[in-house]
Design a protein around this ligand. Structure first.
Ligand SMILES: [Cu+2]
Length: 438
């Protein structure tokens, strides 16, 4: 590999290509969209202006979405679409993205909270100071019954942008030429106070199509969950008089995909198995298999296992079905309840199924109140994705005061949504497919 790259750097062919591109008036700063200007189709919105988020990042990608606020789930994002440079129209990704529950069981078995459905997570939307949303804007959220204002409004939703470092780097063919771009993200976040905790719910929309969702817990440790001197928990403060009771934060996200605007997405699971070398002159082999998930499923993350949600209708310019891959994050799964036993659930859409545990909606007699019960053999025609990420919180002295934010979450990443890297510079835009032999 390395040898090939060096020899390619010495070839003259690609230098000629660069010269042609420059002659055509293109520069690295100009993306493919600029190279072929087209009349942009009108963007349609399903929400009024106050509930729209539209951000064109400096690297050329535009993210659009609507948002609303719910009493339990807090901020909910709707109709999320992604339009990288070179795409004439927005590509729909999700019709809804929201938290599905924050379940907090304490290790002594004496307390167990469903923060969304029993402890007013949504109602605890707090006002943000301008400093908390650097370079961005804070939107007004209507929160019925809020204790944070007299008029039922909270300035609680920040949208801003942030640099994330290199989006890519490629040592070019011409001496001294480096293709590199610094990636930009749209951030959408708010804070919800639940008891002594303050949860930050952050959605990060990268210019390369990746979406990362994280919940960060901060605020302070609950002063009522200390078991002084009984051997449980971790000593906090001088000596060992006060022991903070350890507990888990099991965060669920509920994603309603709508790739290319259709709810009829397909689910696939991929597993790779590595086998030892077959002979003395051979290396280990790795065989990857695809399993089509056609019925509701509760599944676990595993080494070299991943899932993707595949568009039923849309293809990229290479003729490949568009999809989004689910990229699990680190998790400390809590096996104490049936609904926390799996890392991911795919259920058939049902409007009443809104919360992973302690579901408040009426789904009829015997329907069950948690996501594990909804995996009961239905064929998936409109799959809902539930992702469970756990964090076992054994408090430490540094958790006071205030408690540093501890984050948990995961990403979804585009797979074949565009035919190439959506941020490909103009000079490399024709390099789609097997790299040319130097
Ligand atoms: Cu905690």
């Amino acid at each position: 590999m390395r040898v090939n790259r060096i020899s390619r750097a010495r070839s003259g062919a690609a230098v000629g290509l660069t010269a042609t591109a420059l002659a055509a008036g293109l520069t690295t700063a100009a993306g493919p969209a600029t190279a072929q200007p087209k009349a942009a189709p009108a963007v349609t919105w399903d929400c009024s202006e106050a509930y729209r988020i539209e951000q064109k990042l400096s690297t050329g990608t535009t993210w659009r979405m609507c948002w609303h606020h719910e009493a339990e789930a807090g901020i909910v994002l709707d109709d999320i679409s992604y339009q990288p440079p070179g795409e004439a129209a927005p590509i729909k990704v999700l019709s809804t993205a929201k938290l599905g529950q924050i379940h907090v069981p304490y290790d002594d078995g004496k307390a167990e909270y469903d923060d969304l459905t029993s402890y007013g997570f949504g109602q605890g939307q707090v006002p943000l100071k301008a400093d908390e949303c650097p370079g961005g804007t804070i939107k007004t959220v209507k929160v019925p019954g809020t204790v944070f204002s007299n008029n039922g409004e909270v300035n609680g939703l920040c949208t801003t942008t942030r640099s994330r470092g290199h989006a890519y780097r490629l040592q070019g063919d011409t001496a001294g030429k480096v293709y590199q771009e610094q990636g930009k993200d749209l951030l959408v976040y708010g804070v919800n106070q639940v008891g002594w905790y303050e949860y930050m719910t952050e959605w990060r929309f990268q210019d390369d199509g990746t979406i990362t969702m994280n919940v960060g817990a901060t605020g302070m440790l609950s002063p009522f969950d200390y078991d002084a001197g009984d051997g449980r928990g971790w000593p906090i403060g001088n000596g060992s008089a006060a022991k903070a009771t350890s507990h888990s934060h099991n965060v669920f996200w509920r994603l309603n995909f709508s790739l290319d605007g259709s709810s009829k997405n397909r689910i696939e699971q991929y597993d790779s198995v590595v086998s030892p070398p077959a002979g003395a002159n051979q290396g280990p082999t790795n065989k990857t298999t695809r399993t089509k998930v056609t019925k509701e499923l509760a599944a676990n993350a595993k080494n070299m296992r991943w899932w993707r949600v595949v568009s039923a209708t849309g293809k990229n310019k290479d003729g490949h079905a568009r999809s989004y891959e689910i990229v699990p994050g680190p998790t400390q799964k809590y096996p104490g309840r049936a609904f926390t036993k799996s890392d991911i659930y795919f259920t058939e859409y049902k409007k009443c199924e809104q919360f992973a545990s302690n579901n408040l909606r009426n789904c009829g007699a015997g329907a069950g109140k948690s996501v594990d019960k909804w995996v009961n053999g239905q064929t998936l025609t409109h799959p809902i994705t539930w992702v469970n990420v756990g964090f076992h919180h054994i408090a430490r002295d540094e958790d006071q005061q205030p408690m540093p934010v501890h984050w948990q979450g995961f990403s979804i990443a585009p797979r074949d949504v565009t035919a190439m890297n959506p941020l490909t510079p103009a000079e490399l835009a024709d390099q789609n497919g097997r790299p040319r032999n130097p």
